[in-house]
Ligand binder design. Sequence first.
Ligand code: LLP
Length: 432
Amino acid sequence: MKLLASMKVNPEGVLEIGGCSALDLVKQFGTPLYVMDEGQIRKNCQEYISAFRVNYPDFTVLYASKVFLAAAMCKLVAEEGLGIDVVSGGEIYTAKKAGFPMERAYFHGNNKLPEEINLALDSGVGSFVIDNLPEIELLNTLAKAKDVKAKVLLRVSPGIDAHTHSFIKTGLIDSKFGVAISNGQAMEAIKAILQKDSLEFRGIHCHIGSQIFDLDSYTETADVMVAFMAQLQADTGVEIKELNLGGGLGIYYSDGDEPKSFTSFVENMTKAVKDNLAKHGLAFPRLLIEPGRSMVGEAGCTLYTVGTVKEIPDIKKYISVDGGMTDNPRPALYDAKYEAALANRMTDAPEEVVSIAGKCCESGDMLIKDIKLPRAKAGDILVVSATGAYNYAMSSNYNRNIKPAVVFVDKGSSRLVVKRETYDDLIRNDVI
Ligand code: LLP
């Protein structure tokens, strides 16, 4: 397992995350346990902001909260001066309850429910990213009923084929998200928005996909988006105030992943935007991005306790842990690859190839296939790295397993930010 920025091995051969011994964390909080390095997340927020500061005059970095949301994370994001991207009533409710400055929130979604839109309007959500034609009428009607003018962006599909897994690719014309530029629907939608008294048109948004390593996809996106801005201005005289190019920067999960630095990502994107603005003679809009995975992915890991060790002679050795697809559905969903190690025996030599199984009643519940580890035994602590993104957020109670706790670590201290569920949580809504 590659040691990520938050990780270190102490002289006893034990893994430290954010300066905390994995064994101490396990003793205090139990397993499975999500551990997130708060210091690293703050550093990531600051790196994105500094990269923009030197490259572009007017910008906002939004945290894509779908990747990992909890009240403590809202507080952190607010303290670091970022905005937030929310996609559901639940995310809006969490951010509002956590005291997040909601004028910095952008509400996305391809099927925003009327009750979610009302909640957003009542919670003071700053901007709405309209996703489709019917939403224009719906949002206008609901905003009018509350006598407010909603600030809106339009999500467009730039038609970019980003090189990533098809399930997380979103910038293509045939997508459930956004309206296409190429077939004229985006222009039609903006003209419709401009007619509505309770909507204030601010700009355009796109998101081309996730876990992207190829920065050229963003250059191409900037070309298409700024050309569309120019076309819009020529057709309607309307100037775009905000240009949001979404999230998507890839992270390191396993051997072969070669993520680009935040700085090169921002430099590349801002250069492409600036070049295109100059080419078309346009003024600088506010530039927004919405990183999720790159903000928290590598800052998180999951600790498990090893249970059953089962060998099928000449075939395979299964190491089962006390979690699985319920706390990390990504291997089962996307065939995602992760790295792992024995956190209590980091300096022991890897001896055998094993597969890591979860505890769910499902053969597909495998966290890692074929990984070389020291000879593992019941009671060892297994760490899976880079689980900060889309793990807790996508966790489930399948088989009525309870969701793990989340702990923030930083410079040797730890604090609980999400409690482990209890069995009572599982039956809370059951009605006999
Ligand atoms: N903005 C929009 C509109 C998005 O849809 C997303 C992610 C982001 C920003 C953040 O993208 P990021 O920087 O995290 O790549 N569950 C999948 C990923 C789904 C991505 C959904 N949208 C996974 O576990 O890989």
